[in-house]
Design a protein around this ligand. Structure first.
Ligand code: GLA
Length: 391
């Protein structure tokens, strides 16, 4: 949690008071417990919002100008709401501009604003700092302009900003959970209907622990798009075999997959197998959490990682190492890579009493092999985007 008084002091240093509405807002990052690379296949995901967040302070202006000071990189940029064009330098600003662009396109009328923001979500670590920045921008601009935007609409708007303005073809998961997360709950999302359900995660004996490999996700855009293409090919194949009820890999059962998989190119068959089996794992996972069967949930996490590693091929040596090391520790029920892959973090389910031993051992072992000291975060599920203060 940030010290708001300190942030307001910085705000006063950077900007002249316009006398208009001001406020402070936050949006969290996320970790996905299970359901990876399923969201853009109309499938199921089960993320939770984490204690790392972006805090934004803002005040309305009387004109169409937006001035933003980024406290992480200590850079200030300025743009007009009438001229929103993606930047080539200071590309972080594209997340803010994209959100404002989509808000205006959706018919919301905006005034300019002075903004500062600070983040403790590691960048490029697969914990959705981009989605958090989009969501906190949307919330700030909505509140400063006295607009009521429902969280689901806000999530879609933010995703469109990332797809259309930033140019990343992400699914809906990250923005959704950053808007709708709740304390003590993971968020089950049906990425076709957009229905969601809060799944209790409040057993005090177990905890989610995130290990940051510190490997920045390389190749991510091109490989992500390649996977999307391969899923599309698989879907077209099954639609051809099974008719037009097949609109996404979500619509294929394991039995249907088994019946036809030999006719698919080997690599496409493996990609499809990951997505189809992962959707089953999410559903089984929800059931396990409802029954407080944490060891069953942990087992599904382990299977998910295998599938991401071998079939979907989005893991990397360091993530596999973190998972292997984790599974050798006492008290660890499950471990898997989380997020898009090719670096970033693993998510682990651990019995609380073993967490400090786990941390020590993972740091030692991982450092011994890779020379890198991993960061480890212990976090409960927290609330999604919120108003911290209105002045
Ligand atoms: C990234 C995307 C999400 C999702 C995951 C993989 O985080 O932003 O929409 O596709 O990868 O599960």
């Amino acid at each position: 949690m940030q010290d708001l008084n300190k942030l307001w002091k910085i705000f006063k240093d950077k900007f002249t008071d316009t006398g208009l509405a001001k406020g402070a807002f936050s949006a969290p990052g996320r970790v996905n417990l299970i359901g990876e690379h399923t969201d853009y296949n109309d499938g199921f995901v089960l993320p939770m919002a984490i204690e790392k967040e972006i805090v934004m302070l803002g005040q309305s202006r009387n004109d169409r100008l937006v001035q933003v000071y980024d406290l992480v990189y200590k850079t200030k940029i300025e743009f007009s709401l009438d001229n929103l064009i993606p930047l080539k330098k200071d590309t972080w600003a594209n997340y803010l501009m994209g959100v404002m662009d989509e808000m205006q396109k959706a018919g919301y009328s905006l005034q300019g604003a002075n903004l500062i923001f600070i983040s403790n979500i590691p960048k490029g670590a697969g914990l959705s700092s981009s989605a958090a920045l989009e969501v906190v921008t949307a919330l700030t601009m909505a509140k400063l302009n006295l607009l009521e935007i429902e969280p689901v609409e806000m999530a879609h708007l933010c995703r469109r900003a990332e797809n259309n303005f930033v140019g990343v073809a992400c699914g809906i998961m990250d923005q959704y959970v950053s808007c709708l997360g709740q304390k003590k709950y993971a968020l089950f999302i049906d990425c076709r209907s957009n229905d969601y359900e809060l799944i209790p995660f409040k057993n005090h004996d177990y905890q989610i622990v995130i290990c940051n490999s510190k490997i920045q996700r390389g190749l991510i855009n091109s490989e992500y798009n390649k996977r999307r293409e391969q899923c599309k090919k698989a879907t077209e194949f099954f639609a051809h075999k099974l008719g037009h009820k097949i609109q996404a890999l979500r619509d294929i059962t394991i039995d249907e997959y088994k019946k036809y998989q030999a006719q698919l190119p080997e690599i496409i068959a493996r990609r499809a197998r990951h997505v189809i089996s992962e959707n089953y794992r999410v559903q089984a996972g929800i059931q396990a959490l409802r029954e407080e069967n944490y060891s069953a949930f942990g087992q599904l996490m382990i299977e998910s990682h295998q599938s991401l590693k071998d079939d979907y091929e989005v893991s990397c040596t360091e993530l596999d190492l973190l998972v292997d090391l984790a599974l050798k520790q006492e008290g660890v029920l499950g471990a898997r890579m989380t997020g898009a892959g090719f670096g970033g973090c693993t998510v682990n389910l651990i019995e609380k009493n073993y967490i400090s031993a786990f941390k020590k051992s993972i740091i030692n072992e991982y450092k011994k092999i890779t020379g890198i000291i991993p960061d480890i975060y212990v976090t409960p599920p927290v609330e999604g985007a919120k108003v911290l203060e209105l002045r």
